[in-house]
Ligand binder design. Structure first.
Ligand SMILES: [Zn+2]
Length: 365
């Protein structure tokens, strides 16, 4: 198995195009063509994690946080980022980071994992992203409808939520006059032709546009394909920040805090006063203060996240039980996603959870 096979697994569930602009998800060190011996999973790629990978014969690390976020100019080991990168390269260790792209997908994503730990049902994205969907209209002669439609679906178009192969087709008549060097369809050059055509419409993720258009051209019988590709303002219901869902039964505030502590294996929770009864719960692994207002608007009784600042706790207005459970603690279950997904594809492959806690925050009690 090669590094690129592992990259591909995560590219399928969390395409790199869905990462935030400040992020640096993807293959940070190592070649896609390298043979993988064993994989270590960790939230962060510190030097200690790389040391453990070397000791345990792992030449690939799959991590949530990228060790490198921005451009490095020097490689003299002056800080922990440079030292980690130098060590990984010296020891031929591939580092793959699957970060905000995995935060932003509902299916198999970081927040869905937290929601499942809390037993939340009817989960959906708390703040769906817009501007990432396109619509393709293509005019196809009736006899060629199926191969073109099939090609569009195979290239990734036509997925709406849990439904795949979605399309809409309407009949009409197209006209065209082949130029002096163009290929006539059924008539002659210079004579206007008419053809019974189908207007076929499909939705697609914008990042797949070139792939879908290429597949459409390949399957289409016309030399010059008439189509329109339009950007949509619709929200993508499966892509975005945070997740909201419901507990099986309403709990008192105290019972919920105990439940949260137990299910996420927490030492400590910083929280606001909140309301009285908890049923609807929003979650966002990592720094999720930017979603406090979304959680309030969505009618959440509690919002579980991390890195909340003093003044941001006031934003909960004593209505929302805002819980800061710690950044590391909120995201550590992401490693289970990594392990499950690799094992799903390669059931007998050695995947090792790093035994070192990379949490830089300690609690003195
Ligand atoms: Zn994080």
């Amino acid at each position: 198995m090669l590094v690129k096979d592992i990259v591909q697994i995560f590219e399928q569930i969390a395409p790199g195009q869905y990462q935030e602009s400040y992020d640096n998800s993807g293959l940070i060190t190592g070649s896609p063509e390298m043979e993988v011996k064993a994989i270590m999973l960790s939230l962060d790629t510190t030097e200690a994690v790389i040391d453990q990978a070397i000791q345990q014969g792992c030449n690939m690390i799959v991590a949530h946080h990228p060790i490198v976020f921005k451009g490095l100019k020097r490689f003299n080991g002056n800080n922990y980022v440079e030292r980690a990168v130098i060590k990984a390269i010296k020891h031929d260790i591939a580092i793959l980071a699957v970060h905000t792209n995995l935060d932003n997908v509902l299916q198999d994503g970081v927040n869905q994992k937290i929601a499942s730990k809390l037993g939340l049902a009817n989960t959906r994205i708390l703040a769906p992203k817009s501007g990432i969907l396109s619509k393709l209209f293509v005019y196809v002669p009736a006899a060629h409808l199926e191969p073109v439609r099939e090609a569009l679906f195979n290239a990734g178009a036509g997925q709406i939520g849990q439904y795949s192969e979605c399309s809409f087709a309407s009949e009409g008549q197209g006209t065209f006059k082949p130029g002096t060097t163009a290929q006539p369809y059924s008539g002659e050059r210079g004579i206007r032709e008419r053809a019974d055509e189908i207007k076929l419409e499909v939705l697609l993720p914008a990042y797949l546009s070139s792939k879908v258009i290429a597949a459409m051209r390949d399957a289409h019988p016309y030399e010059e394909v008439a189509y329109e590709l339009v950007s949509l303002n619709n929200e993508h219901q499966e892509i975005g920040s945070g997740v909201i869902g419901e507990l099986p039964e309403a709990m008192t505030k105290k019972a919920f805090l105990e439940y949260l502590k137990k299910n996420l294996n927490l030492e400590i929770i910083r929280h606001t006063i909140g309301g009285s009864s908890i049923k609807k719960v929003a979650v966002c692994g990592g720094s999720g203060s930017f979603l406090i207002s979304n959680a309030m608007r969505s009618g959440a009784d509690a919002y579980v996240t991390a890195d909340v600042k003093y003044h941001e706790f006031f934003d909960a207005e004593e209505r929302l039980l805002l819980c800061d459970v710690g950044h590391y603690e909120s995201e550590i279950s992401t490693l289970e996603i990594f392990s499950d997904k690799i094992k799903e594809k390669f059931p007998n492959f050695a995947v090792i959870f790093c035994s070192i806690s990379t949490n830089p925050i300690q609690y003195f009690k």
